[in-house]
Design a protein around this ligand. Structure first.
Ligand code: SD4
Length: 304
């Protein structure tokens, strides 16, 4: 039984996930419950309806779940849904599809008895949006503006693994913008016999490198979860320009319970729950600090 979750709010999310697992829930129940916990937290500004709006002053949400047997469900660009992670699970369980977006996803929600209710921006959302309109400058700050998406990986006592992610995406994104979090293979991926991976941070960088899928495929090829996370981050830095100005954090787990965590910039925190202890960790980072893969490569170079 092991759970990983991004950022500081990963700690209460993991607690909720552990509670479900302790009560006989599956890995899927665990990641769903953990994400719901964060979506419910009104103080969260990049998860759930309390998230920062887009440029038009609209909060739009993305979420997805995937199981190690290959089943997956996802929703993107939905408004007025309090728990998009639950809607993503419903897409998986009750439709022949993987992904529903926008008005279609909202209609499906209503058909399933899920409340869809546009709610006005609260005072803080409104004033931050209006302040942004003054300048209209789009420059997400590393670890500041983007640090609240929750992405989780859980393995239950029967050895099943599930991954999940839920977010309101980047603050002041263009209306209609969708990030990596609801895209199977980018923000999250898991495959039986190999393991799972999730991402957080600048979704465009993750989409351009098919992040979580790349990590799982690296593990399939024999890399440890840690090296697989590092390999993705280094590839991202190489392929997606401007890495000194963006943050991406990656988490991975294999079926023997080994975990990995790595980020572009320092400051990526995550919660790890294992052997009855749920604690915050800080991932090593590529910029400003040697990763283990870089150290290994340097050692090899020196040997040559
Ligand atoms: C996105 N990846 O929409 C999300 C944002 C995020 O921590 O993860 N923030 O691009």
């Amino acid at each position: 039984m092991k759970v990983l979750a991004t950022w500081d709010h990963g700690l209460p999310a993991n607690e909720e996930a552990l509670r479900l697992l302790g009560a006989g829930g599956t890995a899927l129940d665990a990641v769903e419950a953990g994400c719901v916990r964060t979506e419910r937290d009104n103080g969260q500004r990049t998860v759930g309806l309390g998230g920062w709006p887009d440029r038009d002053g609209v909060v739009t949400l993305d979420a997805a779940v995937m199981l190690c047997d290959g089943r997956a469900g996802s929703v993107a660009f939905v408004r007025g849904v309090e728990h998009p992670i639950r809607l993503a699970r419903l897409v998986m369980e009750r439709t022949p599809h993987v992904m529903l977006v926008g008005a279609g996803a909202e209609r499906f929600a209503r058909e399933q008895g899920v409340e869809v209710r546009e709610r006005p921006l609260d005072a803080e959302q409104d004033s931050k949006w209006k302040a942004w309109l003054q300048e209209k400058r789009y420059a997400p700050a590393v670890n500041v503006e983007n640090h609240d998406t929750i992405s989780m990986i859980a393995m239950d006592p029967s050895g099943r693994m599930a991954v999940a992610s839920t977010t309101s995406g980047l603050a002041f994104k263009m209306h209609g913008r969708v990030g990596d979090s609801p895209v199977i293979g980018s923000g999250l991926f898991v495959d039986r016999g190999v393991g799972g991976a999730v991402c957080t941070g600048l979704g465009e960088a993750v989409l351009r490198t098919a992040g979580a899928h790349a990590v799982v495929e690296a593990m399939r090829a024999g890399m440890s979860p840690q090296h697989a996370c590092e390999a993705l981050v280094h590839r991202m830095i190489d392929r997606v320009p401007g890495s000194s100005d963006y943050q991406v954090g990656v988490l991975a787990m294999d079926f023997s319970g080994r975990t990995g965590a790595f980020s572009v910039q320092r400051g990526f925190t995550y919660a790890l729950a294992e052997r009855g202890v749920n604690a915050m960790q800080t991932a090593p980072a590529a910029l400003g600090q040697d990763s283990t893969i870089e150290v290994a490569m340097k050692v090899q170079e020196r040997r040559r």
